[in-house]
Ligand binder design. Structure first.
Ligand code: URA
Length: 229
């Protein structure tokens, strides 16, 4: 909905009066003075007129289809960030519940609810993350068994948790991880000197990337989806 329409509906003021309120800088959206009558506002953003609260900011939960070439961060000097893909009125307080590498595509979750995101990202939660993996070379026959047993990562001095590999065809597989180490999928295939050429996250726990979302698009989670974590 446009800001002028929102104010008209939620106050006794006429259309003309609302225009004046905006021009006088008396309206704040997400804490910032808003003068653009056509600014799109949604049900999540805080809206104030002088000292009067017209709408509280609400918890916000989004799924984004991350495209390749966009960085999983809120700020970056070089690349476009996933936050840049979200309209400014929705951005306030948003952070990422997990990350994907620059070239990786797929399901990314954003929220302003730190308790919720922690339930997804804390190592003890062991939530399944499902990736579709394309590799340079054919996947070696013993890969699934090695992934199931775990691979030693010298840098962290850990052995990866048992992971499940499902073969799709010679160069495509589906990998389920229950943790999120740095570049984990690439490093696991790196053990076989097999380069990951494409990586796409399809699922986090019971939540699957919406097939209707093209790369770069997002949508709010439904109440049932929020309740999954
Ligand atoms: N593992 C990787 O190597 N990259 C990702 O983006 C996610 C998991």
């Amino acid at each position: 909905m446009q800001l002028n329409r929102f104010i008209q509906i939620n106050t006794p003021f006429s259309r003309r009066h609302v225009k004046c309120l905006l021009a006088e800088g008396r309206v704040r959206v997400a804490g910032h003075i808003a003068t653009d009558a056509n600014l799109e506002v949604d049900r999540f953003v805080r809206i104030e007129l002088d000292d009067q609260l017209l709408q509280e900011s609400k918890s916000c939960y989004l799924m984004l289809h991350k495209p390749a070439g966009v960085v999983s961060a809120t700020e970056h000097t070089e690349h476009q960030t996933v936050i840049d893909l979200i309209p400014p009125t929705l951005r306030q307080g948003l952070h990422l519940a997990g990350r994907l590498d620059l070239k990786t595509t797929g399901l990314l979750l954003l929220t302003n609810d730190g308790h919720w995101s922690r339930r997804i990202t804390q190592p003890t939660s062991k939530i399944a993350k499902v990736y579709r993996v394309t590799t340079q070379d054919a996947v070696a026959a013993n890969t699934a068994e090695v992934f199931r047993q775990g691979i030693y990562f010298g840098y962290e001095d850990i052995t990866t948790q048992p992971a499940e590999l499902e073969r799709i065809d010679s160069h495509h597989s589906r990998l389920t991880l229950y943790e999120g180490r740095y570049h984990q999928v690439k490093r696991m295939f790196g053990y076989f000197n097999n380069e990951v050429t494409e990586l796409h996250r399809e699922q986090i726990g019971g939540l699957t990337l919406d097939a209707q979302l093209p790369p770069g698009a997002f949508r709010p989670l439904t109440d049932d989806e929020i309740a999954l974590f």
